[in-house]
Design a protein around this ligand. Structure first.
Ligand code: ZN
Length: 498
């Protein structure tokens, strides 16, 4: 084989994989947005076939030979080609060991489990979801062995989302976070609580939709390349750097809920839209890892979106969208309300300070189930016990307990810790950004371009062309969780005059 021909085959292979991905993602998007409720079965058939075909395409021994040939010619490849070969070789090793029938069965399960989870959450019925969740954990435990039989199964799963991530690393990270933040949380409990009642008046959904459009405009999201839809659980779906979809969920009695979902998902979208053209339609397209992705979404959501300068910039306009609700409220009061630290039940609505503890609970449960120390049917009881222990709250029902997140129904086991790591990475990026550019006067004027410019230069543009560790190093230097905990301690000490 000639190198030129091999590179053409490499490019075609990746475009075909992209096409399968677009097809499955479009079906998923349809399922969670406009499809009628009892129609999962037919889509499941289609998704099963698509997953089987894409598996067949990639697990073909000819692909193994092509990648081996390219590895032999590594010296003649460009940096981008070499990275593609490296990433595809890793995926090939993993995917080719999953038997095709198991892979198809899993794709079908994921589709069914999502529909069942929706119903179970709606009706607060964990027993309905339990058998699906059992299968989901069983599959993942099995896949972990396929991915890396030498590792503990949960380490193998963690490593899927963040290369090299391990329980040892996370136990240390969460330990450090717990040690720094729990005393602050306790101190706040002794203080008079911030009044955020005005956030829970009636906020008509139509006005909230217009407000979402405004927020996307302030963020600088190009609406010709990024639309917003409505789903039970907000998410971002990227087809390529010119076609990204975000969704939100409106609550009539909580204006901050969708507001911060839009900014969070907008942060994910911004990352995708800013990735260089030259990695599109390859395996390097898209954000490099889950934690780097979360570092971006949570950057916009918290470090910018919950900062005083940002709120002062958007508040006058917000009062125009909600004149009755906010007529007697000041920007300062709004800032304090959206930063209220609370021992709460729902992760997506948690404040910056307690957020990590919500993640830590999911981490501990996944670790125990995959490690064989906890049965899936006992998850609700364990969930409630941990919420009481770390956050001091009684979980009234599974709807607001272990059924609240969509991740497990989608097979994302080992994903949650990336939210916490992403928050910590983001805080360190902010510190470095502040050393490079003066962002706050612009943010206070409603101009996020210096922020986005820095992130694009240091993080976004690379997509997967650098490893997650190199992206982080490029933007931050050595990772130091104390920058994150120091940021939180300072912010909350000021807010609550500790
Ligand atoms: Zn996110």
């Amino acid at each position: 084989m000639e190198l030129k021909e091999a590179l053409e085959q490499l490019s075609l292979l990746q475009k075909k994989m992209y096409a399968y991905n677009v097809a499955s993602s479009s079906i998923y998007l349809d399922a969670v947005t406009v499809a009628p409720s009892d129609t999962a079965e037919g889509r499941g058939e289609a998704l099963g076939i698509l997953a089987g075909e894409s598996h067949k395409l990639f697990a073909d021994p000819a692909v193994g030979e092509l990648l081996a040939f390219l590895r032999e010619h590594k010296q003649e490849l460009t940096q981008l080609q070499a990275r593609q070969v490296e990433e595809l070789s890793r995926s090939y090793r993993q995917l080719s060991v999953i038997p095709q029938d198991e892979y198809m069965e899993y794709a079908k399960l994921t589709n069914e489990a999502d529909a069942v989870w929706h119903k179970a959450k709606e009706t607060n019925d964990f027993a309905l979801f339990c058998p699906y969740l059992e299968k989901m954990f069983a599959f993942n435990r099995k896949f972990a062995g396929y991915y890396d039989a030498d590792k503990a199964p949960y380490d193998a799963l963690l490593s899927e989302y963040e290369r090299g991530l391990s329980m040892e690393y996370l136990d240390r990270f969460f330990g450090q976070v717990r040690e720094a933040l729990v005393p602050v949380i306790h101190a706040i409990n002794e203080k008079e609580q911030i009044d955020d009642s005005f956030l829970h008046q009636h906020y008509p959904i139509d006005a909230q939709r217009k407000f979402s459009d405004y927020l996307m405009e302030v963020m600088g999201l190009d609406r010709t390349h990024c639309t917003i839809g409505e789903t039970e659980h907000p998410f971002t779906l990227n087809f390529n750097n010119k076609d990204v979809r975000i969704t939100t969920h409106y609550l009539e009695d909580n204006v901050a809920s969708s507001m911060y979902s839009v900014i969070h998902e907008g942060g994910h979208a911004m990352y995708e839209l800013n990735i260089d053209d030259d990695v599109q339609y390859t395996c390097l397209a898209g954000g490099v890892s889950m934690s780097i992705h979360e570092s971006q979404s949570r950057f916009y959501e918290n470090l910018i979106g919950r900062s005083k300068p940002f709120i002062e910039a958007i508040f006058p306009k917000m009062q125009e969208f909600f004149p009755e609700q906010l007529k007697n409220v000041t920007a300062e009061q709004f800032y304090r309300a959206v930063n209220k630290a609370e021992l709460s039940l729902v992760r997506t609505e948690a404040d910056e300070l307690t957020y990590c503890l919500h993640v830590m609970i999911r981490y501990e449960i996944e670790k125990a189930v995959i490690g064989g120390k906890l049965e899936v049917r006992d998850i609700p009881a364990e969930w409630n016990r941990l919420y009481k222990e770390y956050l001091g709250v009684d979980v009234p029902d599974d709807r607001r307990g272990c059924l609240q997140d969509s991740h497990w129904s989608g097979g994302l086991i080992g994903y949650f810790p990336s939210y916490a790591l992403g928050s910590a990475y983001g805080a360190q990026m902010l510190r470095n950004m502040e050393q490079d550019v003066e962002i706050w006067p612009s943010v206070a004027a409603g101009d996020l371009s210096p922020v986005t410019g820095w992130l694009k230069e240091k993080v976004h543009r690379f997509g997967g062309s650098l490893t997650p560790a190199d992206v982080l190093k490029n933007a931050c230097g050595e990772f130091d969780p104390s920058i994150y905990t120091d940021y939180l301690v300072k912010k909350y000490s000021e807010l609550y005059q500790l």
